[in-house]
Write a protein that binds this ligand. Structure first.
Ligand SMILES: *Cc1c(COP(=O)(O)O)cnc(C)c1O
Length: 353
């Protein structure tokens, strides 16, 4: 029985999430702000009406219509919801998985693309970004030609590098690929650019979003928009009732008060500017540009692991990317928090260098 578990699964380590304890938590791209107090009272009233004894609406129709309108999904394009966008990646992978089929993404990138490829027994092709973390278009096109990937993921902006890829290069990839190209817009509230309005221009283009980074990470809700030709097939591998009733009610309530979240996103973008300016004044740091709610840093002299541990001792948890190695050696990633958290981080960092 010892060979019951596939070797590919045995070789994995489970997705590790650090315990922040009482530390300032700047490791996971969460929005630092909760709902304002008077909205919490209104939200609780809605929650009190939830029929927990009944299965939720399997299509989450009310929420889906609200998301369609709020996210400006073009007419004629279909929409499917997932328990986080991670589940949507998994649904797409399950629908296309077959021996010899591959998922392709630039590297360094979001780790779930590779993990899910492994879960479903697909090959994963990581194509290195250039040194400035821009897309290496010739390398991407060559890899597409060689491997004909069923799915290509382009995170826009990219995690963990925080930059937006060049749009003409992305369009070239979409036009060249015979597989599906998923533009992952998890950081849309902070990016100012989107491929959503291009849906319909390219049959193989899909746009994925999530409410996690806009301030609702606890709900687990992602959405995928694109041609009904694909979405209707993905819907067949979706488990029934994947969006629970508390999420359906809470997310609809949040969209009814979208102005609150937009104000929070504007504050985070403003704080990102402050943080970038402060970090650029620190001599040992390379500070990469950011169009997301986090910033990638590279240490030139001090050891990243030591600085990471020292930050923790000073009560601030960020993400240490050095163990990932390769292009991320000596790199740290910090989420943009509330003003006092960002000030505490900068002070702790100066002490740690
Ligand atoms: C955080 C993140 C997601 C995950 O979204 P969930 O909806 O929370 O599962 C997806 N893509 C990228 C690039 C991310 O950084």
């Amino acid at each position: 029985m010892s060979d019951l578990i596939r070797p590919q699964i045995k070789a994995l380590s489970a997705y590790h999430v650090a315990d922040a304890g009482s530390m300032i938590k700047l490791d996971a791209m969460e929005n630092p702000y909760h709902l304002p107090e008077q909205l919490i009272a209104q939200w609780l009233q809605k929650m009190a009406q939830a029929e927990l004894n009944r299965y939720p609406d399997p299509q989450a129709t009310v929420l889906r219509d609200a998301l369609r309108s709020y996210m400006q999904v073009p007419d004629g394009q279909a929409l499917i919801l997932g328990n986080g966008s991670d589940e949507l990646i998994q649904m797409m992978a399950m629908a296309v998985a077959q021996p010899g089929r591959a998922i392709l993404a630039p590297e360094p990138g979001f780790v779930m693309y590779k993990m899910i490829a492994t879960f479903v027994g697909m090959e994963y092709i990581g194509v290195p970004l250039r040194e400035d973390f821009s897309l290496d278009l010739p390398a991407m096109l060559a890899a597409i030609k060689q491997h004909q990937p069923a799915l290509i993921f382009l995170a826009f902006p990219n995690n963990p590098t925080a930059n937006l890829f060049d749009e003409p290069a992305m369009l070239e990839i979409i036009k060249t690929s015979k597989g599906l190209v998923i533009v992952d817009e998890a950081y849309h509230p902070f990016a100012g650019e989107s491929f959503m309005s291009r849906l319909g221009q390219f049959e193989n283009l899909l746009v994925m979003r999530t409410v996690s980074k806009m301030g609702l990470a606890g709900l687990r809700l992602g959405l995928l928009a694109g041609s009904p030709k694909w979405i209707n097939e993905f819907d067949k591998v979706r488990l029934p009732y994947n969006i629970n009733i508390l999420t359906q009610i809470s997310a609809k309530f949040a969209l009814d008060h979208a102005d609150v979240f937009e104000k929070q996103a504007a504050e985070i973008r403003q704080q990102r500017g402050w943080l970038l300016d402060e970090l650029k004044k620190i001599p040992d740091l390379v500070v990469y540009p950011s169009r997301a709610n986090f910033i990638l840093l590279r240490l030139q002299k001090a050891d990243a692991n030591k600085v990471f541990e020292s930050l923790k001792k000073n009560g601030v948890l960020i993400k240490n990317l050095d163990p990932a190695g390769g292009a991320l050696k000596q790199c740290l990633r910090v989420t943009v928090g509330a003003p006092d958290e960002n000030r505490a981080f900068v002070a702790a960092l100066k002490k740690s260098l």
